[in-house]
Design a protein around this ligand. Structure first.
Ligand code: G3P
Length: 218
C-alpha cells in the first residue's frame, strides 16, 4: 500500500519523506488555506515546492466546478510538474473532465467520493485514483471501511486500473484496516503514519537492551 501524506505543510511533508516511506502527497483547498497561501501565483508556486519535497505523486485540486473551467485549471496544474495529479470533485462535470484528462494521458484523482456507485463512475471515466473519504463517513455513523471493501470488490471484479486512495484517514487503525482490505493507497496526517511506529513493548525492550549493553564496556 502506498503512503501519501494529506497536507500542504512543507515541514510535515519533509518529515514524512525523511522517514523513507512516503509515496506522495494529497492536498485540497482547505489544506492549502490552512497554510495561509493565497493568490494564484503563490498557490502554483506552493505546488511546485511540494513536488520538490517528495518523489511521488502530488494531487492538486481544481476550484472550478464547470467542465471548461476544470479543464483549463487542470491543464495548468498538470503543466507545473509531471508529478502533479489533477484532483476533480465527484460531480457530473468532474466525471466529464476526468474522461477528458484520461484521453489526454493526464492523471486524475476523483475526490469527495462517498459511495460505491460514485467510485464505479470514476473508474469508468478512467480516473487514476479515486478518493473515498472514510473518516467523514465514520463521522456520520456510517462504516467508512465498508465502502473501501465494496470498491475493492467492484474494481477487482472488472480489473479496473483505478487505484483506491483511502482518504480522510484520521488515525493509525484506519491505516492498518485499509492495508488489510487491500486499499492501493492511503492518505492521512503525519500522526497516522508516525503512530505505526509506536509500541510500549518496543520502548521497554530497547531500554532493557541498552541497560544490559552497559556491561559491554565498549
Ligand atoms: O484527502 C481528503 C481529506 O483531506 C479529508 O480529510 O480529515 O478533512 O475529512 P478530513
Amino acid at each position: 500500500m502506498k503512503f501519501f501524506i494529506d497536507t500542504a505543510n512543507l515541514d510535515q511533508i519533509k518529515e514524512a519523506q525523511a522517514l523513507g516511506v512516503l509515496d506522495g502527497v494529497t492536498t485540497n483547498p482547505s489544506l492549502m488555506a490552512k497554510e495561509g497561501i493565497t493568490g494564484k501565483a503563490n498557490i502554483l508556486k506552493h505546488y511546485e515546492a511540494i513536488c520538490e519535497c517528495v518523489d511521488g505523486d502530488v494531487s492538486a485540486e481544481v476550484i472550478a466546478t464547470d467542465f471548461e473551467g476544470m479543464v483549463k485549471e487542470g491543464e495548468e496544474l498538470a503543466a507545473l510538474n509531471p508529478q502533479i495529479v489533477v484532483k476533480l470533485p465527484m460531480i457530473a462535470d468532474g466525471v466529464k473532465a476526468c474522461k477528458y484528462f484520461a484521453d489526454k494521458g493526464i492523471r486524475t484523482n476523483v475526490t469527495l467520493v462517498f459511495s460505491a456507485g460514485q467510485a464505479l463512475l470514476a473508474a469508468k471515466a478512467g480516473a487514476t485514483y479515486v478518493s473515498p473519504f472514510l473518516g467523514r463517513l465514520d463521522d456520520i455513523s456510517t462504516d467508512g471501511l465498508n465502502l473501501i471493501e465494496e470498491i475493492r470488490q467492484i474494481y477487482d471484479n472488472y480489473d479496473f486500473n483505478t487505484q483506491i486512495l483511502a482518504a480522510s484517514i484520521r488515525h493509525t487503525m484506519h491505516v492498518i484496516n485499509c492495508a488489510k482490505i487491500g486499499s492501493d493507497v492511503m492518505t492521512g496526517p503525519l500522526s497516522s503514519i508516525e503512530g505505526l511506529l509506536k509500541h510500549p513493548l518496543t520502548d521497554s525492550g530497547l531500554a532493557k537492551f541498552l541497560e544490559d549493553a552497559k556491561s559491554f564496556d565498549l
